[in-house]
Ligand binder design. Structure first.
Ligand code: TXE
Length: 495
């Protein structure tokens, strides 16, 4: 094993006594409770963070309300420049941030660098560009004039106020950046509640945001358990929640937000995404596609595919070739630059995946590859390929959020569409074919917020992203986020 050496600043950061980030700096929590942060590759406790309490929630919300008053008055061009500077600072501190992220999440270092830092900086710059382009419209009222009076009208786009950004553990930095960039560019302030499993990187980024010129209170970070997220959603001083995470928690958050005086909620939840391979795709292309769709970051991606459908004539050779490729993956320490496949992010999740392996066996699914935890320290499970018996099998219906590709054969393209749509979820789906004309005819029949053709999982800030059915409400990215982070005020004038 040849792990890279941790930078001295990473060692020093991990040794810090981590507190909360409120009002532009670190402050002690009112609570004496702390949470352990565990490196899932080694099982070692690498840091402790505060488990915020109700008084901390009040302090963060008061700070965010003051931050909102100030930040919403800052000129759009200046807001955009702060985001651009933050993107520069992410890149300047790339290795430090990537190493902190890998230590807390087990994400392989190459993925931490490429996605948690480089992609996050790319998203920040995209959002920064919107700062100077968000406006209302002028309108022509429709009513006739009764006595010669005239009417004119226009709309204003106003920031919604204090946003709560609740972030999961799979991409702790990039998802936090999506939320803070959307909030800050529209003039909102934001309180980020990171996952209890991965709270560290965003604490460091909050410091960088102050260096980039963000005023106190515009960004606060409250660490703690789900209870802290719930208290923020229910707080009368918050105006909107942007949640990314599991379906059951997302539904609970949506309910709490509605009960707390119709707090706006955008919910980006997971699901059970499908990838359908048409007969014309050659096996190597299909195998590369399955690795991209199902095994990047050990499948711990809400948009990843978990249900794979291949033509009956191809399914066996396809699974054999996939199994051969997975057998050659370099599995190891996420701090080793050669590693292609690392641990999952926490013990709880590893146990959940073991539960899925047991279900597959109990339902007589065929385990083509993997199907076990790995006999080594850390939260490792084998990359796994399963052949299901029927559409009702658990592995084709329940989100595993892990490196498990479950297959079922189809005979006709009509059947393929029915199989792909047979799920209460609809975040993403992909079709793989050389026949683009056929793909374009099939795309409208697929029930998902994003349909990819000959690709899967790659998110672009210019392309809206979000779910249909039980996979969520609202869209991130593109111009679509503007509707969720601003109120539309209508102004009508008689003259
Ligand atoms: O997610 P949660 P968890 C799946 C994955 C995983 C399972 C549970 O299968 O094994 O969900 O993971 C905060 N009010 N996904 O428990 O519960 C919580 O503190 C407000 C899929 O980590 O969804 C964390 O910050 N907030 C998923 C965030 O919500 C609450 C990504 C997400 O936690 C809360 C992650 C409450 N009542 C896990 N309860 C995806 N699809 O992207 C918890 N939180």
């Amino acid at each position: 094993m040849t792990d890279i050496t941790l930078l001295p600043q990473v060692e020093a950061f991990l040794r810090r006594r981590h507190t909360l980030f409120i009002d532009g700096g670190y402050v002690q929590s009112h609570s004496s409770q702390t949470l352990e942060v565990i490196n899932p590759a080694t099982d070692q406790v690498i840091a402790h963070v505060a488990d915020a309490d109700a008084a901390d929630v009040d302090a963060a919300v008061e700070s965010a309300r003051r931050g909102f008053q100030q930040w919403s008055q800052v000129a759009p061009a200046v807001r955009g420049n702060v985001l651009l500077k933050l993107a520069d600072l992410l890149e300047r501190n790339r290795e430090e941030l990537a190493q902190i992220e890998t230590c807390q999440s087990g994400k392989i270092i190459q993925v931490s660098r490429a996605f948690e830092v480089d992609q996050a900086a790319h998203f920040l710059r995209y959002y920064a560009g919107w700062a100077t382009k968000i406006s209302g419209q002028t309108l022509t009222p429709s009513l006739p004039s009764f006595a010669g009076e005239r009417y004119t009208a226009f709309t204003l786009r106003e920031p919604v106020g204090v946003v709560v950004g609740i972030v999961p553990w799979n991409f702790s930095t990039m998802i936090a950046i999506w939320k803070l960039a959307s909030a800050l560019v529209t003039g909102c302030s934001i309180i980020i509640k990171p996952s209890e499993f991965t709270p560290l990187t965003i604490l460091r980024i909050a410091e960088l945001a102050v260096d980039a010129g963000l005023p106190a209170g515009a960004l606060n970070v409250l660490t703690g358990s789900g209870r802290v997220g719930q208290a923020l959603v229910e707080h009368p001083g918050t105006d909107k929640v942007s949640f990314t995470g599991s379906v059951p928690t997302g539904i609970a958050v949506g309910r709490s937000a509605a009960s707390a005086g119709l707090t706006r909620a955008t919910l980006e939840l997971g699901g059970k995404n499908s990838a359908g391979f048409l007969r014309d795709v050659d096996l190597d292309t299909a195998v590369n596609g399955i690795i991209e769709a199902g095994f990047l970051h050990s499948g711990q991606i809400c948009a990843a595919a978990e249900r794979f459908f291949a033509h009956r004539s191809q399914i066996e050779p396809l699974m054999a070739r996939l199994s051969e490729r997975l057998g050659k993956l370099h599995i190891g320490s996420p701090l080793d630059e050669r590693t292609e496949f690392g641990p999952v992010t926490n013990r709880q999740h590893q146990r959940k995946l073991e539960g899925f392996f047991a279900k597959a066996r109990a339902e007589n699914n065929t385990i083509i590859h993997g199907g076990k935890p790995m006999d080594r320290p850390g939260c490792y499970v084998e990359p796994t390929v399963i052949l299901a018996n029927s559409l009702n099998d658990s592995l084709l219906n329940e989100e595993t959020f892990g490196p498990i590709a479950t297959f079922l054969p189809y005979d006709t393209e009509e059947e393929l569409l029915a199989l792909m749509n047979h799920t209460p979820y609809g975040l993403s789906a992909s079709l793989w074919t050389n026949d683009l004309s056929k793909a374009l005819r099939m795309v409208p029949a697929i029930h998902a917020g994003t349909v990819w053709v000959n690709m899967h999982t790659l998110l672009d800030p210019a392309v809206p992203f979000g779910g249909v059915k039980s996979s969520g409400i609202g869209r991130e990215f593109g111009s679509a986020f503007i509707d969720d982070y601003t109120e539309l005020k209508s102004v009508m004038i008689r003259y």
